[in-house]
Design a protein around this ligand. Sequence first.
Ligand code: XBP
Ligand code: MG
Length: 250
Amino acid sequence: MSEVKALIFDVDGTLADTERDGHRVAFNRAFVDAGLDWDWDVALYGKLLVVTGGKERIKYYLRDFNTTFVPPEDLDGFVAGLHAAKTEHYKALMAEGRVPLRPGVERLLREARSAGIPLAIATTTTMDNVISLLENTLGAESIGWFAEIGAGDIVPAKKPAPDIYLWVLERLGLAPEHVVAFEDSGHGVTSAAEAGITRIVVTTNGYTHGQDFSRARMVLDQFGEPGMLPRRADGDSLPGPVDLVLLAAL
Ligand code: XBP
Ligand code: MG
């Protein structure tokens, strides 16, 4: 077993349940601002999550779900404008403290920091969104906890493509066998696995429960805390929360 030399975290759905009450609400507010009658309810948004990336998701919605809407000639400009407005709404929602970190996230981050294990982020979401989530949950200084943050359009192809994980691994100067990746979705697992990472821990949520996690090493409902143990898909609890001892034995 190789030594664990860094932990790489996905953001949306993994660090926090941002999709339903963060991104989705922000998209809808941007649509209202633009005078559009589009409403992405909780169920529809679950279907739209098949496509990662907010701009890509809007285009997918127009192509497959709202086929009668006639977009302006400059589709890319139109989508970019909506998406920029959505990012502002997302940041405002985060500033309201609407979305807490998932159980055990802060504990695991702090444990790794104390042990001198570098932290990194590999996400498809916009960098501004990552910063605003971290600032409003762990405080502004927590951005410096991460040795590398790979986010949004920094790579051409978003998850499930491996590009963002490859980018982060290269910046860390580490081979995939030396890291553990944390994900919540099938697309995220594919992205990490295609980058060569085999130690992948999944924490599922309402939107991703039941997806294909066959390439993950461990699938749990949460990282857990000492009094709140993570459960596997079969319902069995782990003996303790996800910590560095467990990760070293993966
Ligand atoms: C997260 C996403 C993101 C957000 C929206 O996927 O798909 O696109 O929904 O963010 P993952 P932007 O957790 O696998 O990284 O609107 O900023 O693109
Ligand atoms: Mg995710």
